[in-house]
Design a protein around this ligand. Sequence first.
Ligand code: RIB
Ligand code: CA
Length: 312
Amino acid sequence: MPTPVILDCDPGIDDCVALMLALASGGELTVEAICTVAGNVEVDICTRNALGLLALTGHTNVPVYSGCARPMQVEPVFANHIHGESGLGSVSLPEKRPAARAEPAVEFLVKRLSDVSQPPVTLVITGPSTNLATALRKVPDITAGIDRIVLMGGARREGGNITPSAEFNIYADPHAAQAVLQCGRPVTMIGLDTTLQFRCTPGRMQALRAIGNPASHAAAEMIDHVNAIYGEIYGTAGAALHDPCTVAWLLAPALFSARPARIEVETRSQLTRGHTAVDLRPGVDNPANAVWVDGLDADGVFRLLLERMARL
Ligand code: RIB
Ligand code: CA
């Protein structure tokens, strides 16, 4: 029986690749819905991009719900310096695309997670956690409708990417991330310690292009944009592909290494806002509230990605 998932994202280039991986894995995952949230770019652009991606991949049956336009408390930050003003680099997706549902994402989440007639759902969050945290604040007992949460965010060994001590998704809405970590449902957090090991090297880009379908071509064009931006920093190692690691973990957890951890988010300090304190110390009275993923078999995950992209 395929696992029901809701993808909550800020597409965004790597979010698009994560969406493609999930949509191409119909035998194992059922993408029930996509929720968008302000993050890489403004939420309306994220929503437009999610709809365009469904048109490109032929999955226009999947409903898209537009979500929160700003974080719960802090001022919004965006990452268009990485993803471009459109959120997709220079790629254009099909103009003919479905419309988003009228219901806001938070209302959809409250309704879906409160519906006891439906099975609990897996939430895959690859942007700021604002939508789910806002839904939890409205109706705390919707947790019964959550099977588990897989979240791209945070950093331990790697420090940060948006500041020296914080990863973007957590920095963008630290209060939301803390609320999700405290919600009592199983949380798997895949941070920079893992995703920075998953690079778009020239060999991998060549293999992606060789698939030759519209989805892999669009993905390669989008990734070329971030590879160009990160060129000076990473050279031929290529840019990291963060968000697909969440879906890949769902599909093939054996390709990752993970440990229980106590994870807390800095929500007060301006200097270290969004820092994830990942406590892996043995023998301390600090009960784990999450699973911290700290490594992956990058070749194995890329092989999985290629195999699924070829299905689109
Ligand atoms: O730090 C990486 C994360 O921030 C990814 O989800 C990327 O899409 C951006 O949202
Ligand atoms: Ca993202």
